[in-house]
Ligand binder design. Structure first.
Ligand SMILES: [Zn+2]
Length: 141
C-alpha cells in the first residue's frame, strides 16, 4: 500500500524523450533518471533536486549495472556530480525550490487569515493580533 496520502506527485515532461540526453542515455539510464526524480519528490524537504549517492541502491534497486547508468547520466549532463550527491539538471526550472515553497505556503497562510478576518471579524467581534482588525481600528496594535 502506498504511503502517499494523495498530496504528493512528481510531474514528468511528456516529451522527455525529445531531450537529446535522455534519448542518448537509453532505456535503463532513463529509468534510473525517472526513479531519481521520484526519490527527490519523496524526500523533498531540504533537497532541491539533489540525490545523495547513498540512495543509488534504493532508486536503482531494479536496475542492473546501476553504477554504469549513473555515470551515463553524469556524462550526458542529466545529473551533475557534486561530491557525495548528484544534482538533477534543470530541476529548479520545473519545480519550486524550498524557498519558493516556503514563500508560497506563507502566502497561503496569510490569505487564509485575511479570509477568516473577512468572514468572521467585525467591530463587535474583532480579534487581537489580526492585522486587518488593527487596520480597521477595531483593536489596538
Ligand atoms: Zn480581523
Amino acid at each position: 500500500m502506498s504511503k502517499n496520502d494523495g498530496s504528493i506527485f512528481q510531474k514528468i515532461d511528456p516529451w522527455i524523450n525529445d531531450d537529446d540526453g535522455i534519448r542518448e542515455a537509453g532505456g535503463m539510464a532513463k529509468y534510473l533518471y525517472i526513479e531519481g526524480l521520484l526519490y527527490v519528490r519523496r524526500n523533498i524537504n531540504g533537497r532541491d533536486g539533489v540525490i545523495p549517492k547513498y540512495a543509488l541502491g534504493e532508486i536503482g534497486k531494479d536496475i542492473p549495472a546501476r553504477d554504469k547508468h549513473a555515470k551515463t547520466l553524469v556524462r550526458l549532463g542529466l545529473w551533475i556530480d557534486s561530491k557525495d550527491c548528484w544534482e538533477v539538471r534543470n530541476w529548479a526550472k520545473w519545480n519550486k525550490t524550498e524557498d519558493e515553497r516556503r514563500a508560497l505556503s506563507e502566502q497561503k497562510r496569510a490569505s487564509g487569515r485575511k479570509g477568516a478576518h473577512a468572514k468572521w471579524h467585525s467591530a463587535d467581534k474583532s480579534e487581537a493580533g489580526c492585522r486587518w482588525c488593527v487596520e480597521k481600528g477595531w483593536v489596538m496594535p
